[in-house]
Design a protein around this ligand. Structure first.
Ligand code: SAM
Length: 237
C-alpha cells in the first residue's frame, strides 16, 4: 500500500512525472500480456535517436490502439505525429496486409528513424510517411480526395489539435474513430486559466468536440510509465 501512496516524482528533469507503483503495474501487465517482437522493441528504443526521446506511446498503449483498429475493423489509419514509427508499426500490423497507414511527421530526422523501423518491421509496403507540417500534409490528402480513413490518431503538436480535428472530420465518414493522445497533461487540462499552449490546444479541441452534434466522445485517464495522461476517443455518428 505504501508504494501506491508514494509521492509522484515531479522533478523538472523528469519529462513524465510518475510514481514507482504506476511503473511497476505497467511493467507487470506489459510483460504478462503485451507481445513486443524485436522490431517493436527496436522502434521504441530508437526513440532516443529522434528529436523527442521517450515520447512514443507505452507498449500497453500500442496494444490498445491496435485493438481499437481490430475492434473497428479499420483498414485505413491516419496518424498525426510519427516520431520513430512505434505506434505506426502497431497500426500497420493491425490493419493487415491489405490495410493502409498514412503517418504525418514534421522532422526529417524522425522520418529517417521511422522509415528504418517500419522497414525492419516488414510493413513498409502498407505505410506512407508524409514529411512536413501535419496540417499541410492533411490538406494535401484532402486535395487528393483520398479514400476516407476509418481511424485517426492525433498525436503531434498539441496546440494544433483543433486544426487536426477539423482535418480529421474532412478525412473520415460516419462511424470513424478519432483518438487524441496526451490530453490530461499531468492534470493541467483542468486549469481553465492555463497559458500552456498544449493545455489550451486540448481544451480547444474538447470545446470543438462538445459543440459538434455529430460527435460522441469519452476520455480515459491513464497513469503508468508515461506519467499521468489520457486519451480522448471520438466517434463520428
Ligand atoms: N505517435 C508516436 C508514437 O506513439 O510512437 C509519437 C508521436 S510524438 C508524441 C509527436 C511527434 O509529432 C513528434 O515526432 C514530432 O516531431 C511530431 N510533430 C510535432 N509538430 C508537428 C507538426 N506540426 N507536424 C507534424 N508532426 C509534428
Amino acid at each position: 500500500m505504501s508504494e501506491i501512496t508514494a509521492p509522484v516524482d515531479v522533478t523538472p528533469v523528469n519529462r513524465y512525472p510518475t510514481a514507482p507503483a504506476w511503473q511497476a503495474v505497467d511493467d507487470y501487465f506489459a510483460k504478462a500480456l503485451v507481445e513486443e517482437d524485436m522490431a517493436l522493441v527496436a522502434a521504441r528504443e530508437s526513440g532516443q535517436e529522434t528529436t523527442m526521446p521517450n515520447a512514443e506511446v507505452a507498449p500497453n498503449q500500442g496494444a490498445f490502439l491496435a485493438m481499437l483498429v481490430q475492434l473497428c475493423g479499420a483498414k485505413r489509419v491516419l496518424e498525426f505525429g510519427t516520431l520513430a514509427g512505434y505506434s505506426t508499426i502497431w497500426f500497420a500490423r493491425s490493419v493487415g496486409a491489405n490495410g493502409r497507414v498514412v503517418t504525418l511527421e514534421l522532422e526529417p530526422q524522425n522520418v529517417a528513424v521511422a522509415r528504418a523501423n517500419i522497414a525492419r518491421a516488414g510493413v513498409a509496403d502498407r505505410v506512407r510517411i508524409m514529411e512536413g507540417p501535419a496540417a499541410e500534409s492533411a490538406r494535401e490528402l484532402i486535395n487528393e480526395d483520398t479514400e476516407p480513413f476509418d481511424l485517426i490518431f492525433i498525436d503531434a503538436d498539441k496546440p494544433s489539435n483543433p486544426t487536426y480535428l477539423e482535418a480529421a472530420l474532412q478525412l473520415t465518414g460516419p462511424g470513424a474513430l478519432i483518438v487524441i493522445d496526451n490530453v490530461v497533461r499531468n492534470g493541467g487540462v483542468a486549469d481553465d486559466a492555463s497559458q500552456d499552449g498544449s493545455v489550451r490546444g486540448v481544451r480547444a479541441v474538447v470545446d470543438a468536440i462538445a459543440a459538434n452534434p455529430d460527435l460522441t466522445a469519452t476520455v480515459l485517464q491513464t497513469v503508468g510509465v508515461k506519467g499521468w495522461d489520457g486519451f480522448i476517443l471520438v466517434r463520428r455518428c
